[in-house]
Design a protein around this ligand. Structure first.
Ligand code: FES
Ligand code: FES
Length: 172
């Protein structure tokens, strides 16, 4: 296992939204700060900085993770996905989840939105046709101070239905 010295900056190389990125981090630097300040990828927000609000959620090796609870040095060699990487095959276009948030008015200030989108991305990979209760439980890991949660649940349910319908048509 690598040993990290507090005083020095470490070279961290990870895969961010499909691209290899390298930067420097002190041992105590949080992953979210590394993404924002070292790599300049600022879509991921920082709220509470202690794992409560969910604003900083990214995918780490495909799993929704609080990037304020993981150090940059722990992320060396890992695959990180942030909101910037959603729908990256069609740059400049919204993905289905983002479009559904827009259509259902599932955001206002948007501060919580990047994190929620990443949790929803992970969730819908695991639970393709969830109940409203399951979506509500998933969202319980996120604080949204201005939109309320009903529209967010509506957006997630809409996407799940659209994806199921798309699959049904593809396999017809
Ligand atoms: Fe990470 Fe709030 S900033 S959970
Ligand atoms: Fe403002 Fe959620 S949209 S905090």
């Amino acid at each position: 296992m690598k040993r990290y010295d507090k005083a020095v900056k470490h070279v961290i190389t990870l895969t961010l939204n499909g691209m290899t990125r390298t930067g420097h981090a002190e041992s105590r630097m949080l992953l979210v700060d590394f993404l924002r300040h070292e790599l300049g990828v600022t879509g991921t927000h920082v709220g509470c900085e202690h794992g409560v609000c969910g604003a900083c959620t990214v995918l780490v090796n495909g799993v929704a993770t609080r990037s304020c609870l993981q150090l940059a040095v722990q992320s060396d060699g890992m695959h990180i996905e942030t909101v910037e990487g959603l729908n990256r095959d069609c740059p400049g276009e919204l993905g289905d989840l983002q479009q559904a948030f827009k259509s259902h008015h599932a955001l206002q200030c948007g501060f919580c939105t990047a994190g929620i989108l990443m949790s929803c991305t992970d969730f819908l990979k695991r639970v393709s046709m969830p109940t409203r209760q399951q979506v509500t439980e998933m969202l319980s890991g996120h604080l949204c101070r201005c939109t309320g949660y009903t529209n967010i649940v509506d957006a997630v349910m809409d996407v799940a239905t659209q994806r199921m319908e798309k699959k049904r048509v593809e396999h017809a």
